[in-house]
Ligand binder design. Structure first.
Ligand code: UDX
Length: 447
């Protein structure tokens, strides 16, 4: 089958490479000529395990091409996947200008039947807007071409995006048109394997499904973070509580890890967007508003512990914190809404020096944070930044932080103090190694 994919971010590029891998002919369109140039040379501009090899193989075998020209991309395509960004505006609403722009361009350039597929996460009702815009442009050209607009939300996780796409839990297709649903079923057949994985529904339900899924997951995280905060105060350990509740299959063990709050390009944005949508429909989404507030508060829990610890020593001003992990989670260079950034901003504003190390997200974090005299990013390695630091805070759960050389850490740090925002270490181990230790939702280990 012939596909055009508009937007080469995480969603667009992963979809394009995976569709091409299954033998489809895929043309990717991106407005950024630099990105298109890089991709043509097989260089991937985002960090996603396994993606570069897929892009290189399919590019060299001629199934995957890149262009800045939408008309060229559309030429032979039956499917047009809209995978452009939908950033949050300051008021929490979703900025749809890129989606609208693509819709207009499709209407201005299409010459035959197209199935336009919304893969970007967009508010309920967007497919109808896209349909109207394409229709308007066609009318302007005096054409009456047939087309369909389908909602096909993406559920991939950064860092696991390729395997999520290859082995999806489900493929949601929102369309009222049976023939279009059949064509999408054929396109996804190699991935979904079993028919059960394809869930066909109305366009609006599909759009809503994406928000419901992400809001549910965000709710689980805010829930466990709230439980963790209560655990700390009553002398319970949230690790045991998680094991205790997770065994109930209605609850499950997944996505109830307490931590520094959720970040990334999806949860914060999608929770805010659904709040906004609900409000626009005169409904107050109390639960979702709390999920969002609990998360903002959670991002400041670890800096709060750090400040409380140093309060007795005259505060954090002039102290140096070594910080492991900047990405919003492991296996990505993405720092969008990363809790580490909120933490760095809060602590440097209070006069603390921060030396941060991340295996891949150093450059993106530097770009997001700008120059700051109190901030150094990416020393030689995770140990180098510990030298002479007053404490260590662990913020991202990269594997290389899980089993570190505690003896070496102790020698390098000015004092053996660890603030663990991901509960990577066990209090007993830390006590045995002579560290003062502060996790999330568990009793601290005194120095
Ligand atoms: C998420 C969804 O998982 C995916 O289905 C959707 O399509 C896009 O949004 P992603 O943002 O890549 O994917 O990351 P995810 O692994 O879900 O983690 C999101 C955030 O929640 C991270 O900051 C992570 O650290 C945090 N998290 C996750 C927790 O704090 N606790 C958990 O138990 C799980």
């Amino acid at each position: 089958m012939n596909l055009c994919i508009v937007g080469t971010g995480y969603v667009g590029l992963v979809s394009a490479a995976c569709f091409a891998e299954m033998g489809n002919t895929v043309c990717c369109v991106d407005v950024n000529p630099k990105v298109v140039d890089m991709l043509r040379q097989g260089k991937v501009h985002i960090y996603e395990p396994g993606l570069e090899q897929l892009v290189q193989r399919n590019t060299s075998e001629g199934r995957l091409t890149f262009t800045t020209d939408l008309a060229e991309g559309l030429e032979n395509a039956l499917f047009v996947f809209v995978c452009v960004g939908t950033p949050s505006r300051a008021d929490g609403s979703c900025d749809l200008s890129y989606v609208h722009q693509v819709a207009r361009q499709v209407g201005q350039t299409m010459k035959d039947y197209k199935i336009v597929v919304d893969k970007s996460t967009v508010p309920v009702g967007t497919a109808d807007q896209v349909k109207a815009l394409i229709g308007e442009e066609l009318a302007r050209r005096g054409l009456d071409l047939e087309f369909d607009v389908v909602s096909n939300p993406e559920f991939l996780k950064e860092g696991d995006a390729v395997s999520d796409f290859m082995k999806p839990d489900r493929v949601v297709v929102g369309t009222e048109n049976v023939r279009t649903a059949k064509l999408l079923e054929a396109l996804y057949a190699p991935f979904a394997r079993s028919r059960d994985k394809l869930v066909v529904m109305g366009v609006r339900s599909a759009e809503m499904t994406k928000y419901a899924a992400n809001c549910m997951l965000a709710t689980k995280i805010s829930f466990i973070n709230e439980i963790a905060n209560i655990c700390e105060r009553v002398g319970a350990d949230v690790r045991d509580v998680r094991m205790g509740i997770g065994s109930d299959s209605r609850i499950g063990y997944h996505f109830i890890y307490p931590g520094v709050g959720y970040g990334g390009s999806c949860f914060p944005k999608d929770v805010k967007a659904l709040i906004r949508t609900a409000r626009e429909h005169d409904f107050t989404p109390q639960l979702l508003e709390s999920v969002d507030e609990v998360n903002d508060r959670q991002k400041l829990v670890l800096p709060g512990k750090i400040r409380a610890y140093f309060a007795e020593q005259g505060g954090v001003e002039g102290k140096t914190l070594a910080l492991w992990g900047l990405a919003f989670k492991a296996s990505t260079d993405d720092v969008r809404e990363a809790p580490a950034l909120a933490m760095i901003r809060a602590l440097t504003a209070a006069g603390m020096r921060v030396r941060a190390f991340d295996p891949v997200a150093g450059a993106t974090a530097r770009q997001a944070l700008g120059e700051n005299d109190l901030l150094e990013i990416n020393g030689k390695d995770q140990y180098a930044i510990l030298e002479g630091a007053d404490a260590l805070a662990v913020v991202t759960e990269w594997n290389q932080f899980r089993n570190p050389d505690f003896g070496r850490m102790k020698k390098l740090l000015k004092a053996p103090i660890v603030f663990d925002g991901r509960n990577l270490y066990q209090p007993e181990t830390m006590a045995a190694n002579g560290f003062a230790y502060f996790g999330i939702g568990r009793k601290p280990v005194a120095s």
